[in-house]
Design a protein around this ligand. Structure first.
Ligand SMILES: NC(=O)C1=CN([C@@H]2O[C@H](COP(=O)(O)OP(=O)(O)OC[C@H]3O[C@@H](n4cnc5c(N)ncnc54)[C@H](OP(=O)(O)O)[C@@H]3O)[C@@H](O)[C@H]2O)C=CC1
Ligand SMILES: O=C1OC[C@@H](O)[C@H](O)[C@H]1O
Length: 399
């Protein structure tokens, strides 16, 4: 947030908060930030702050996004949006009521790589269904000039033809996060599906649209936990015949090219296939390998690298967030009913995207035989009540 803000006009980091005021002060000094606070509440009371970036553990996203919205601030909230779907609905309902932007920080989606992928795939088999907001609709690569993504089923096939599968993996090597990391904490809504799987679900939805259901999921628990998944695999199904799979793990033993996390999108259709490497952090190196087959059976493979202007995903994300906030502010200032409705619809669409991703995450956990995650306050209460009921067993689990 600090680096991109130096490159995005009209965005400035004016304040930072930490639970420990001296750390916040030190951070502010290091990064040239005007104000620092020793509590999140104090930052929310600062009238110079227009928008808040919530970069807290998953189980606290909902609580602090709500607090920021109540304080009249726009919100950019880290992924996954909340602990579960119910909480996502509450936060988005509040954002709508207050007329404020509340966007999930899926930074990868604003990078031109995603736009390129969508232009290749162009929602095959998903005619009339909306892709997730934030992605421009374009004609598929290789489609006749003048074709629009929404035109007809033939155009929607893109060069890959009819889709049969889309598989996304986000793999984090086992040496990256120690057991004490927030990602392994039940009371902070941890888990591989939450942390890495949310990208898998979101990218699949962004690329092919529609409303999938989770067909099955299998979790491998993190050490010393009955609740937190160290790895998760899942299968999704759509009304259309294609299938998807997701794979998220904190325990990858990777012999790879050094990229972290390793993130891949793999798509197959009846006329070809696509492999995309490093869609989450494309600025550090990416490729899109496209193989197409003619009816005569000849195959062609092309490799494309997409860097746009060379900026990071975080730059694109902040630019987009600023544009959204400005659109809402301008609509409010204009008093123009049409502009207000348009701004409100955009907020609703954005909110629905986050809610849908959390719905699927809940389904993944349920299908894997684990419960959807809880907001931190509820998870702590649950642990305390378990500790009361089964003191010895819970004590073991907490160590
Ligand atoms: N978009 C992206 O590229 C990335 C997104 N993320 C997301 O950002 C969020 C934070 O992840 P990450 O930065 O790795 O986490 P860290 O553990 O590094 O930071 C979390 C911060 O939350 C604050 N915090 C408040 N309450 C607690 C608590 N009870 N326990 C621990 N920390 C607490 C702490 O700030 P303090 O003590 O200063 O108040 C801490 O510094 C996650 O939701 C994650 O999914 C993470 C990495 C990359
Ligand atoms: O981009 C990311 O990479 C590593 C993950 O653990 C992190 O939370 C994620 O957002």
């Amino acid at each position: 947030m600090v680096w991109p803000s130096r490159r995005v006009a009209q965005a400035e980091v004016v304040a930072v908060a930490a639970r420990d005021g001296s750390r916040a002060k030190e951070y502010a000094k290091q990064h040239g930030i005007a104000s620092s606070y020793g509590s999140y509440e104090a930052l929310l009371a600062d009238p110079d702050v227009d928008a808040v970036y919530v970069g807290l553990p998953n189980g606290l996203h909902g609580q602090w996004a709500r607090a920021a919205l109540e304080a009249g601030k726009h919100v950019l909230c880290e992924k996954p949006f909340t602990a579960n779907e119910e909480e996502a609905r509450e936060v988005q309902a509040l954002a709508r009521k207050r007329g404020l932007v509340c966007r999930e920080a899926f930074h990868y989606r604003e990078h031109p790589l995603m736009e390129h992928l969508q232009s290749v795939l162009c929602s095959p088999g998903a005619a009339g269904k909306a892709a997730a907001p934030g992605l421009a609709r374009r004609a598929p690569v290789g489609a006749p000039a003048g074709t629009n993504a929404g035109d007809d089923q033939a155009a929607l096939g893109g060069v890959l033809g009819r889709l049969s599968a889309i598989d996304v993996a986000v793999l984090i090597p086992k040496w990256v996060f120690g057991g004490a990391n927030i990602r392994f904490q039940e009371t902070l809504a941890g888990g591989a599906a939450m942390d890495a799987g949310c990208y898998c679900l979101h990218s699949i939805r962004s690329l092919i649209g529609g409303k999938p259901q989770v067909e099955s999921a299998t979790a491998t628990l993190a050490p010393n936990s009955q609740v937190v998944d160290g790895s998760m695999r899942g299968a999704l199904r759509w009304d259309d015949p294609h299938r998807s799979s997701i794979r998220a793990t904190f325990t990858a033993s990777l012999q790879h090219d050094g990229l972290f996390p390793t993130s891949t999108i793999s798509v197959r259709g009846d006329k070809g296939s696509l492999q995309c490497s490093n869609f989450i952090m494309p600025v550090f190196g990416n490729f899109v390998r496209l193989t197409t087959r003619t009816e005569a059976g000849d195959t062609t493979t092309t490799t494309t690298r997409v860097y746009g202007s060379g900026e990071s995903t975080y730059y694109y994300q902040l630019s987009r967030f600023v544009r959204d906030v400005q659109a809402v502010q301008e609509a409010a200032a204009s008093g123009d009913a049409g502009a207000l409705v348009a701004a409100s619809n955009a907020l609703a669409e954005e909110g629905a995207d986050s809610i849908e991703n959390m719905r699927l995450l809940d389904q993944v956990y349920t299908a894997a035989g684990l419960a959807p995650r809880l907001p931190s306050a509820l998870a702590i209460m649950r642990q305390l009540s378990l500790a009361k009921a089964q003191p010895q067993e819970t004590a073991t689990r907490l160590t």
